[in-house]
Design a protein around this ligand. Structure first.
Ligand SMILES: Nc1ncnc2c1ncn2[C@@H]1O[C@H](COP(=O)(O)OP(=O)(O)O)[C@@H](O)[C@H]1O
Ligand SMILES: Nc1ccn([C@H]2C[C@H](O)[C@@H](COP(=O)(O)OP(=O)(O)O)O2)c(=O)n1
Length: 225
C-alpha cells in the first residue's frame, strides 16, 4: 500500500527526552530529510505572540497556522524573514507551543505542511503525533523517553551551555506540567502507540540511542515491514 512512498522514521516522546538530537543524527547517518515538528508549533506560538493572537484563540490561531510565514530553505528557520531558530527554544514559547498544539483546528492546519517533508530518500521526524497521526504508515515508530529528572537535567545543561539562566526545579516543574497537558488533550495526545518501539535513554549515551534506532530501521528494511 505504501511501497511507493518514501520511508519515514517517526520518533515521538516527552519533552527533553532527546528526540531532536537523536532524530537529527539518524537523519544525517541515513542521508534522510529531517522534520522537527515541534518547531512548527513553537513558530506558531511565537508568531501569535508577536501578532497579539491569544494562545487560546482557536480560529485565529488556525488561520495564522495555515498562512504561517516560515522558511526552512536557508538551513535555519525564518519567521517573517527573520531567523527564529534560537528564540523559539525558550521555555515560555515551549509552553505556548503546547497550548496552541492542544487545539484541534491548529493541528489540522499544520498537517499538510508536515506531510510535505516526506521526500526521497526518506524522512526522520520527531514530535508527539508523528507515528499516530501525521505518518501513521511510518516504516519505524519509536517512543523515546527518559525519567523526568533526567530530562530536566538535560534541558538545564542545554540552557546553561547556551549561556541562559536556568533553574532546575522550575525546569522539572515545567516539563512535568507540559507533558501532562500534551498527554491529556483529546486530539493527538502524547502516548506510546501500540506499534511504537520503546527507547528509554535514561541510562543511554546519545550514540547508543542513535545506533538502536538505526538497528531497528535496518531490521525493518530487511524484513520488508
Ligand atoms: N542519551 C541521550 N539521548 C538524547 N539526548 C541526550 C542524551 N543524553 C543527553 N542528551 C541531551 O539532552 C538534551 C535534550 O535533547 P533534545 O534533542 O533537545 O530533546 P527533545 O527534542 O526531546 O526536547 C540535548 O542537549 C541532548 O544533547
Ligand atoms: N508533533 C507535535 C510537536 C510538538 N507539539 C507541541 C507540544 C510540545 O509541548 C510543544 C513543543 O514541542 P517540542 O518538540 O519542540 O518540545 P521539546 O523539545 O520536546 O521540549 O509543541 C505537538 O503538540 N505536536
Amino acid at each position: 500500500m505504501t511501497a511507493s512512498l518514501p520511508p519515514v522514521i517517526a520518533i515521538d516522546g516527552p519533552s527533553a527526552s532527546g528526540k531532536g538530537t537523536v532524530a537529527a543524527r539518524v537523519a544525517e547517518r541515513l542521508g534522510f530529510h529531517y522534520l522537527d515538528s515541534g518547531s512548527l508549533y513553537r513558530l506558531l506560538a511565537l508568531h501569535a505572540k508577536q501578532r497579539g493572537i491569544d494562545w487560546s484563540d482557536e480560529p485565529g490561531l488556525a488561520a495564522a497556522a495555515a498562512a504561517l510565514p516560515v522558511d526552512f530553505s536557508c538551513g535555519g528557520m525564518r519567521l517573517d524573514g527573520i531567523e527564529a531558530g534560537n528564540i523559539i527554544r525558550s521555555e515560555e514559547i515551549g509552553i505556548g507551543a503546547s497550548r496552541v498544539g492542544a487545539l484541534p483546528a491548529v493541528r489540522e492546519a499544520l498537517l499538510a505542511r508536515q506531510r510535505a517533508f516526506r521526500c526521497l530518500p526518506g524522512l526522520v521526524t520527531d514530535g508527539r503525533d508523528m507515528g499516530s497521526v501525521v505518518f501513521p504508515d511510518a516504516t519505524l515508530k519509536v517512543y523515546l523517553t527518559a525519567s523526568a529528572e533526567c530530562r530536566a537535567e538535560r534541558r538545564h545543561k542545554q540552557l546553561i551551555e547556551k549561556g541562559e539562566s536556568a533553574n532546575l526545579p522550575q525546569i522539572l516543574h515545567d516539563i512535568v506540567e507540559r507533558d501532562a497537558r500534551d498527554a491529556a488533550r483529546p486530539v493527538a495526545p502524547l502516548r506510546q502507540e501500540p506499534d511504537a518501539l520503546l527507547l528509554d535513554t535514561t541510562a543511554l549515551a546519545i550514540d547508543q540511542a542513535v545506533d538502536q534506532v538505526l538497528g531497528w530501521f535496518a531490521a525493518r528494511q530487511v524484513s520488508g515491514q
